[in-house]
Design a protein around this ligand. Structure first.
Ligand code: ADE
Length: 230
């Protein structure tokens, strides 16, 4: 890759990039600052998108227009697969927008009407790099699965069970599938890496602030390890 794009949604999720990337240049576009530099000698451009699918979509398109030829997303999520504990890692096999709902028109939940596809498949090579890094650093505490995105903080047992039943999702967050869709439209490879800050249940609003820094750091460690082999 000639320029590796890295996105986090919140300050906590890009804090370690600020600490480790030797930044040489920065640009502001659409209110988002893009930092160009190198990490383990590899050219990177990283930024904080802000929360939610619109922020993530705008951010991703600009990142690609600035020359990123792959996109890694680093951050936290709520666990949907009951096997996952707080701090564990999910590497995206694919992404779906769980809040896309045109069921009154006869479309299944998550289906984007009249669009070529609604489930966006992550790049095989990036998935392998990320899952190898996760196995090395967090042995037995990572899985590759479906990332569900929506403009909703999931915080009830019923909601999280429904997401697992309907979509067989691994985790729920608020950006991955919109990053994935923008990458798909531009034919650019991507992978989403998420560490669990909470279990998207009745305790999520307490766990999220408590564990976001730790989980963000786990996710960053995967990116850092990937950079050595990318
Ligand atoms: N990000 C971290 N935890 C989340 C949750 N429970 N729902 C949506 N996004 C999240």
């Amino acid at each position: 890759f000639s320029k590796i794009g890295i996105i986090g949604a919140m300050a906590e999720e890009i804090e370690l990039l600020h600490q480790h990337v030797e930044a040489s240049n920065q640009f502001v576009k659409a209110g988002i600052t893009y930092y160009e530099g190198s990490l383990h000698g590899k050219p990177v451009i990283y930024c904080k998108s802000g929360v939610g699918k619109v922020n993530a979509a705008v951010c991703t398109q600009i990142l690609l227009d600035l020359g990123a030829d792959c996109v890694l997303f680093t951050g936290v999520a709520g666990a949907v697969d009951p096997k996952l504990e707080i701090g564990d890692i999910v590497v995206s096999s694919s992404c779906i927008q769980h809040d896309m709902d045109c069921t009154p028109l006869g479309f299944a939940r998550g289906v984007i009407p009249y669009h070529e596809r609604s489930e966006f498949i992550a790049d095989e090579r990036l998935v392998k790099l990320a899952s190898d890094a996760a196995s090395k650093l967090f042995s037995g505490r990572s899985l590759t699965g479906k990332v569900l995105s929506g403009d909703q903080f999931i915080a009830s047992r019923e909601a999280v069970q429904q997401l697992h039943e309907i979509f067989q999702g691994a985790c729920a967050e608020m950006e991955g599938a919109s990053v994935a869709q923008v990458c798909d439209l531009n034919e650019v490879p991507f992978v989403i890496i998420r560490s669990m800050s909470d279990k998207a249940d009745g305790s999520a609003h307490v766990n999220f602030p408590e564990f976001t820094v730790k989980a963000s750091n786990h996710s960053y460690q995967i990116i850092d390890e990937m950079m050595k082999n990318i």
